[in-house]
Ligand binder design. Sequence first.
Ligand SMILES: Nc1ncnc2c1ncn2[C@@H]1O[C@H](COP(=O)(O)OP(=O)(O)OP(=O)(O)O)[C@@H](O)[C@H]1O
Length: 709
Amino acid sequence: MPQLAIDATCLPQYDKLDRPTRERLREATRKFRELPLDALLAHPDLRIRSLPAGQDPRVRTFRISDSWTGVMLAPESGETFLLVHLLPRDTAEGWAQDHRHDVNGVMGTLERRDAAALEKTVPEEPAPRSGEARGGPFDGVSDGDLERLGVDPEIRRFVRTLSSPAELHAWRPALPQDQFEVLTALAEGHPVRRVQEEVVAPRRPRVGAVSTDDYDAAIRNTRERVIVVGDDQEIEDVLAGEFNAWRVFLHPKQRDLAYRPRFGGPAKVTGGPGTGKTVVALHRVKHLAENLPLDGRILLTSFTNALVESLKGNLALLLDPALLDDVDVLTIDKVALDVVRRTHPDIRLRTDTRGVFAKIARQHGLPYPPDFLYSEYRHVVMAQQITTLEGYLDPDARRGRSTALAADQRRAVWHAISEARALMRTGRALPAEEMHAEAARLLAERPEPPYTSVVVDEAQDLHPMQWRTLRAAAREGPDDLFIAGDNRQRIYDNTVSFKRLGINVVGRSYPLRVNYRTTRQILDWAGGIVGGRTTEELGGSAPEPEGADRCVLSGPPPRLHGAADEPAELDALAEQVRAWLAEGIAPADVCVTARTNRQRDAVAAHLRARSLPAAAFNPREQAVTDAAGSVRVTTMHGAKGLEFRAVAVTGATAASLPFMDHVTPAEQDENQHRADLEAQRSLLYVACTRARERLYVSWHGTPSPFLPG
Ligand SMILES: Nc1ncnc2c1ncn2[C@@H]1O[C@H](COP(=O)(O)OP(=O)(O)OP(=O)(O)O)[C@@H](O)[C@H]1O
């Protein structure tokens, strides 16, 4: 039976079709699935035609309606038809003649080029080597290397005519897609070996050699752009537009990580905002669930309720309902709470820990700023599981803290911390840190950990105590932990060493570099917030490997607005939101961030007073689907992990970013001071990188020093 595949590049065109034409296309695709080949080729409605003699014999056109034509690739090698384009009838044949589809000889993928446009530009003979560099972006890459990376002779000649990376980008629509990726990576300065590993290798077929005649195999191997439609519902979904590209079209690197049969132990996926870490984590859960041993169970975990709700919703789109039963999707704190509740059913989490420590510090007359005791408890005592005064007096205990404490000062601090802990342990409500300590202890006592595999998203913000719970919750061995995160987005002050936690990711750390969310204009600008700074690798002490992210989207630059005072800033914000809604952006696709809870509520009230639909959003308590008809107004922290078509970041004012009340004074602890400042810088970066198409950033008075240039 013939089979139909769809090239993702025709989906935007599909959006332009009117309803009756869409219906006709659906009917046509049904025929491809139902009729035998002979009947299909002879069908009077479809009018499947080859191109005129001398043109590509594999290309066919077919009639969708009187005014629309579909263009297909019909390889001689099989019965798979690939729908490559949808076009108005009078332009279809011309387009089909101008474009050529080939199998990449190295990567085995099916690529398309605008052969007519290239022919006009590319010299027939390679330019003679003059011996000196011309200043082109590929001067430093030999033809041999290009060939090994899958760049074919025509494109090799073409790239020698280019004078800048911008010129390469302008040619993008005409160039074979995977070769374009190779060239972009080279133009960004990535070494040949890295391009080979990160761009070429993941695209190669898993088994067998590449045959440039086997179009059928190439169609199946081009999973980044091609969906082979399996059943009715799937095609209805694809063509009904209710389809999320991330479910099907994974970047080869994403697919490689998500569907790798097995990792020998904990594996880590890092990458800038919008590079699909969450998408990979979701697909990994799918792979693990499909291959789960009978008694197995999977945990998918993230930070806030809102993130967990959104993971749950997306997992339900991806996974067979029967498999969903094998997966728990919970916040990390809920995991610990559930474990502890099995032994102490009425225990609760308390959220006033910071205040309790400040109070005890006052009572003990400690001569430090209000948050000192709490910080010492979190970052020294709990992070390192120090259980005795002797342990705390150990010269190594406070490694990384820059303010020295003499032995008698340490004794005084230890007694105050012990008293605060004892006080909190008498009630039924435990701070998260204690809950995790208890959970890790209880889990270690169980004969078997509860989970076969634990998949963690937004991992950069977890406290060592939370890691201990997760480590203890997963059976040690292959596929035990799959960790996705980005240290540039770390907005809480936790530093973590995987090594010290017994999580060994050596040799199993993988970067993602293609940004699918944000336009190049927004990402470039936001990059200036954190630019030029070395970030530590997630869970390690080495610097993060550098490497720019590539963007697939493009759009207008961010809009920046400085107002004289707060009311003027809010007025301008209301106008911006109104303009977005007038443009057709749905309220639920708009997010406004504010710096504090109080400002969040004030902004929401202000927008409502201007008759704009707006609701305050708290991700710890709400799901993203709550208040779906409103513009979401949240704190910068609350926007973490989410995304919206349009984002307005308000309050980027020097007085609140950095907000010095939340920054440890330098004289108390220089290292902590720096870490706190960096966390606030990341906060602005996180808020700005939630935007898919539009970003607006405003302030009043003096702008935040974190704003680029
Ligand atoms: N292969 C893909 N094809 C199409 N869209 C994709 C692909 N991968 C990711 N996306 C989309 O890109 C956006 C960002 O993906 P995702 O949320 O997984 O990124 P992330 O790395 O977790 O981001 P962040 O760190 O900023 O939270 C989402 O809208 C997702 O659906």
